[in-house]
Design a protein around this ligand. Sequence first.
Ligand SMILES: [Zn+2]
Length: 294
Amino acid sequence: MYKILMPYTYVKSERVREHLDGYELVLITAGILKPNWNIDRKMVDFYKKLEVSCWRFHACHSTPPQKFKHLTMNLAEKPNKQIEKALKNQISIASAISGEEKPNLLVIHSGSVKNIEERENGIENVVENLKKALDTAEEEEITLALETKERRVKGDLYFIGSQYQDLIEIKKEVGSDLVKFTCDIGHLKTMGGTPYIKEAIRRLGKNIIHAHIHWNDSRLDLHQPLTAIPEKEKQEFKTIIKLLIEKTDIPNEKYRTFTLEIAHKTIAKPPKHGATAKEQIESVKILKNLIEKQ
Ligand SMILES: [Zn+2]
């Protein structure tokens, strides 16, 4: 059986929740991390006691909304004590909330550099930052699942992992089984449409252990519901889900998870890019259907 999840804060109604198998907990908005990366233990207990499990966890990253600027973690920056504490504490949170659902995973963005010329330097920093957290990851039974990132549209900033080759390079340099990948198909689509998604799935292959599902126009990272997939792209979407099941390690995971990253319109930015509860439910049904057919 596969589990269809949604980020905890994206679910705004009981009707949507009833269709889900659980949540991915996005640590940036979970209210669990205090300034200076200290952990709010009361909030850890709160999430532990949820009726529906948090099956997957999503770490903080380098480009948070203004409101969460204090939780900026950029793994492409030169290693320092703050980054080390940030990453280790997030691994500990994932472990504490997972309870019996271990081993588990923490989805990680590899960070950003000021332009593409800094790419190699950024990758070296990601490798060093990850290496410092490996002991904690091993102890806590948490795999670090580096996510494929989207094309940056504004300015020169370059997201490490927007070209999937970055992730292969990082994994090779870290040289640990605790580093794996999260395949975000929407992000990949902004880097070269559906051909690029398929190429990346084939190349990242068995190191993919989790997936993020949403759609867009191949230009902007819109996080659209699956009801927005145009007629002419429906077949491509089916092929992509098939590839995720055939070519990756998701089917061999103890918990086989797909997270629908489709924000409800009350929290999407801008709101016009969000989905209604009905569109969220339809998206769950579309995905479930396709997975079951494989
Ligand atoms: Zn994602």
